[in-house]
Ligand binder design. Structure first.
Ligand code: CP
Ligand code: NVA
Length: 300
């Protein structure tokens, strides 16, 4: 593994390896066992979109590993004035040991990896959010103890989270159902990947998707960059909500995950969110441990 660009690039073995290391790093942190695997290393973090979790967990994670992280707002870099990503990649490769980037187009992340010669980590694009899904898988395994015989159900927008969850959960060995309204289905590349799995189901019925699910996951109806479509999306996604009715269709011990930020009473009710807050905030914490594992794998 040279980069973390999207879940499609990872094998099951690579996913499990990252999760095992993440568990170990979490244990070491909780027991104050030093783990300076990246002493003296620097990570550049380019942000073209807002972030709370990604920024803070990467920066703190790098510090805990003995390294150093630089926050680079795209609007302050020459990239924001049109310097090509290909040139930025070749320059930054000479100063840094790794780059994390949050941007719009997946292509930009792939270009950065192609033109630079240091590891690139995708911190979210419109197409994928692999760091989040590694944290979700870590949390699912923590709460459920395994992936085999589990069903993950995603309800909502077939966007970056849905794309990465479908691929990540199928690769990990889970069954997957996704309920997305027409016009908001997952990316064709993801559906092409999933079509070889007979344990994958795509429907426009949230209740049907939720039947016997062990894990229910949703995401905002309007992602970053889609703020102008918020009203239109509220209409399109009406009914695509994790609520009591959906929870009743799932297994009685089903867990809930949400990448956050959450919009209560839109994609999830306040009641369900608060009832599953311990799972959701463990998931947020696991961003730190999963990303530290990714950085160690790529940069040590
Ligand atoms: N879940 C997630 O990526 O959160 P941030 O946008 O706060 O980084
Ligand atoms: N789908 C959301 C995820 C945020 C972490 C977005 O892209 O804004």
């Amino acid at each position: 593994m040279k980069h973390l660009l999207k879940m499609l690039d990872l094998s099951k073995e690579e996913i499990i390896d990252i999760l095992n290391l993440a568990d170990q790093l979490k244990y070491e942190l909780k027991h104050s066992i030093p783990h300076p695997h990246l002493k003296g290393r620097s990570l550049g973090m380019i942000f073209q979109k807002a972030s709370t979790r990604t920024r803070v967990s990467f920066e703190t994670g790098m510090y805990q590993l003995g390294g150093h992280a630089l926050f680079l707002s795209a609007s302050d870099l020459q990239i924001g004035r049109g310097e090509p990503v290909q040139d930025t990649a070749r320059v930054l490769s000479r100063y840094l040991d790794g780059i994390m980037i949050r941007t719009y187009k997946q292509e930009e992340v792939e270009n950065l990896a192609e033109y630079g010669n240091i590891p690139v980590i995708n911190g979210l694009t419109d197409f994928s959010h692999p760091c989040q899904v590694l944290a979700d898988l870590m949390t699912i395994r923590e709460f459920k103890g395994q992936f085999d015989d589990l069903k993950m159900c995603f309800i909502g927008d077939g966007n970056n989270m849905a794309n990465s969850l479908i691929v990540g959960c199928l690769k990990a060995g889970m069954s997957v159902s996704a309920a997305c309204p027409e016009g908001y289905r997952p990316d064709p590349q993801v559906l092409e990947f999933a079509k070889d799995y007979n344990c994958f189901e795509l429907t426009d019925s949230p209740i049907k998707a939720a039947e016997n699910a062990d894990v229910l996951i949703t995401d905002v109806w309007a992602s970053m960059g889609q703020e102008g479509e918020a009203e239109k999306r509220k209409i399109a996604f009406k009914g695509y909500q994790i609520n009591d009715e959906i929870m009743a269709a799932a297994k009685s011990d089903a867990m809930v995950q949400h990448c956050l930020p959450a919009h209560r009473e839109e994609e999830i009710t306040e009641k369900v969110f608060e009832a599953h807050a311990n799972e959701i905030f463990e998931e947020a914490e696991n961003r730190l441990h999963a990303q530290k594992a990714v950085m160690v794998k790529l940069m040590a």
